[in-house]
Design a protein around this ligand. Structure first.
Ligand SMILES: CSCCC(=O)C(=O)COP(=O)(O)O
Ligand SMILES: [Zn+2]
Length: 208
């Protein structure tokens, strides 16, 4: 069982995040999925296929950390396991956001296969929790897109267990996953990534 008040707070944070992310153009149409922790065993997560700019309470449901629906007949996000693996791996994670922006999608397609995106020298890197200098090196792995979400969950879990300080990853031609202790930390991380992706794309354009 889960606490209903905690669920309501988590669901509202997801609804609000959807309005913001859709408004920025980072979660068009039914793309993207969002979650927020309720307790050690449960998260609130978006129902699959819902428009993320128009979320209402019925578009958010509860799953356990194995991705099983709790007190709901709805189908949770097709990518639920990409969320649960992060909550299982990092007990301090309180929210996970997956977005489908143009910049994340284009940049992930331009990066050479098998190489992560390395970010260094940007003052804005300090927007990420735990980073206090532009000299820090952020490594953003790029996983190939797949419809085999269980396999991708395994891959991402394995990578982040080895790199627990890195705040997100790209899926090629698909989008961004990032997380934080709170929903507002997580939203800040999405914004920071978007700024940095734009800088990287602009740098590539100028260097061509
Ligand atoms: C229309 S986008 C294709 C699915 C996807 O990548 C996504 O983020 C949304 O899937 P969900 O099942 O969470 O609605
Ligand atoms: Zn997606």
């Amino acid at each position: 069982m889960f606490d209903v008040t905690r669920y309501a707070i988590a669901a509202q944070s997801i609804i609000d995040a959807g309005r913001f992310l859709y408004g920025q153009g980072w979660s068009p149409a039914t793309s993207s999925n969002y979650s927020a922790r309720i307790d050690d065993e449960h998260i609130a997560v978006t129902v699959s296929g819902r428009h993320k700019g128009q979320l209402v309470a019925g578009d958010v449901m509860v799953v356990d950390l194995d991705g099983n629906a709790v007190q709901s007949n709805a189908r949770s996000s097709a990518e639920t396991r990409l969320h649960t693996v992060l909550y299982q791996t990092f007990p301090e994670v309180g929210a996970v956001l997956h977005t489908h922006s143009v910049k994340a999608t284009v940049l992930s397609r331009l990066l050479p296969a098998g190489k992560p995106l390395t970010l260094q020298g940007y003052e804005l890197q300090k927007a990420f929790s735990g980073i206090d200098t532009h000299e820090a090196e952020l490594t953003v792995p790029v996983f190939d897109n797949t419809q085999d979400i269980a396999a991708l969950a395994q891959q991402t879990g394995d990578w982040f267990r080895q790199h627990p300080d890195q705040p997100g990853y790209l899926i090629r031609g698909h989008g961004l996953y990032t997380w934080g202790r709170t929903m507002s930390d997580c939203l800040r991380h999405v914004e920071a990534f978007e700024f940095l992706f734009e800088c990287e794309l602009e740098t590539m354009r100028v260097r061509r």
